[in-house]
Design a protein around this ligand. Structure first.
Ligand code: B12
Length: 283
């Protein structure tokens, strides 16, 4: 922080929160971390400004101050976490099997960073690191489940926030035998945020059922996700039919060559560009 910093009156002016209220928040919830001048006067930093502004936004959404302060983390300094720092803190909490901290850090990451950034810079690398740690024998299956279930629960909450469908309808499913659905769930949330109506069917869904539902709902697109090589083998045998909607395949086991040989469309796995490509298809 610059040695100058803001005094309480300046902080109040910047944030629109009365100085008395700021003092109360500081004492009761420990959400600010002022430094002191040589004369003992408090000086607030830009991080403090950001923390107060963040709290004001939460209050506007209907949170009570105590709840919002808890979400913020209580200990001053946490809001300055970058997405990478959030990811590392989450990995450490998973390593310690600390479910409460995993849930709180996830809430915080989604509250503080833009959606696409939280998904691509916090959640996705976190899940991949967890997979690496599991493969290396450093994480148990229980620790891996702890993270993937917490992530699913948090993202499902986002999906439940209904938005009006200004674009088309997308059906999303994992083919039979494919249980990895976190990536597809992320795509579903991004599509919903982009204005699509979304029918999310999730893991291990019979292909016939996905096609039938997409037809019945008059969907613009059916998105299928393949993580395991076996899933791509299943798809190779089952696609290649003509439907009124586009069939799009993505995921780590999907390659452009393999997907296009089935007659379906390959869409690159990067979330932001996938949303743009899908928009062009029928959004
Ligand atoms: C969580 C997890 C599980 C969970 C899944 C829970 C769930 N509901 O998803 C459970 C416990 C069920 C599981 C089981 C297994 N798993 Co697992 N798992 C993982 C882990 C740790 C994370 C997966 C994940 O969510 N990744 C993050 C997401 C965001 O990435 P993503 O899926 O690729 O999605 C992104 C893109 O690909 C894209 N995308 C995805 N789908 C689509 C679709 C479309 C249309 C588009 C446009 C884009 C798109 O969007 C996302 C964002 O960019 C990975 C590690 C890793 N490196 O991923 C291992 C991993 C995938 N698993 C693995 C294995 C081996 C297994 C098991 C065989 C283990 C076992 N012996 O039982 C089983 C198989 C289960 C099955 N039949 O499917 C291996 C796969 C190796 C391989 N390629 O063959 C991995 C890589 C672990 C490792 N390092 O070895 N697993």
């Amino acid at each position: 922080m610059s040695s100058a910093g803001l005094n309480i009156a300046a902080l109040a002016k910047r944030t629109g929160v009365a100085a008395d209220t700021l003092r109360k928040w500081e004492q009761r919830y420990k959400i600010l971390s002022p430094t002191r001048t040589s004369g003992g006067q408090r000086r607030y930093s830009e991080v403090d400004v950001a923390r107060v502004q963040w709290l004001v936004e939460r209050l506007g959404e209907g949170y009570r101050i105590g709840e919002a302060a808890t979400l913020l983390g209580g200990t001053a300094g946490e809001t300055s976490r970058t997405p990478q720092e959030h990811r590392d803190a989450l990995l450490a909490a998973a390593g310690a099997a600390d479910t409460e901290t995993v849930a709180r850090l996830l809430d915080q990451a989604f509250a503080l960073h833009p959606l696409v950034e939280t998904l691509t810079s916090v959640v996705e690398p976190l899940l991949r690191r967890v997979g690496d740690e599991w493969k290396a024998g450093n994480f148990t299956v229980a620790q891996e489940h702890l993270v993937s279930e917490a992530v699913r629960a948090r993202i499902e909450r986002l999906l439940a926030d209904a938005r009006g469908g200004v674009r088309g309808l997308a059906v999303l499913a994992c083919p039979p035998g494919e249980r990895h659905d976190c990536g597809l769930l992320m795509l579903a949330v991004m599509l919903r945020a982009d204005g699509w109506q979304v029918a999310y069917l999730g893991a291990d869904t019979p292909l016939e059922d996905s096609f039938e539902l997409a037809t019945r709902l008059d969907a613009s697109v059916l998105c299928l996700s393949a993580t395991m090589p076996d899933t791509m083998a299943t798809l190779k045998d089952a696609l290649g039919r003509r439907d009124k909607f586009e069939v799009v395949v993505g995921g780590t086991a999907a390659t452009a060559k393999a997907v296009e040989s089935t007659g379906a469309r390959y869409v690159n796995s990067n979330l932001a560009s996938a949303v743009r490509e899908l928009r062009a298809l029928g959004g």
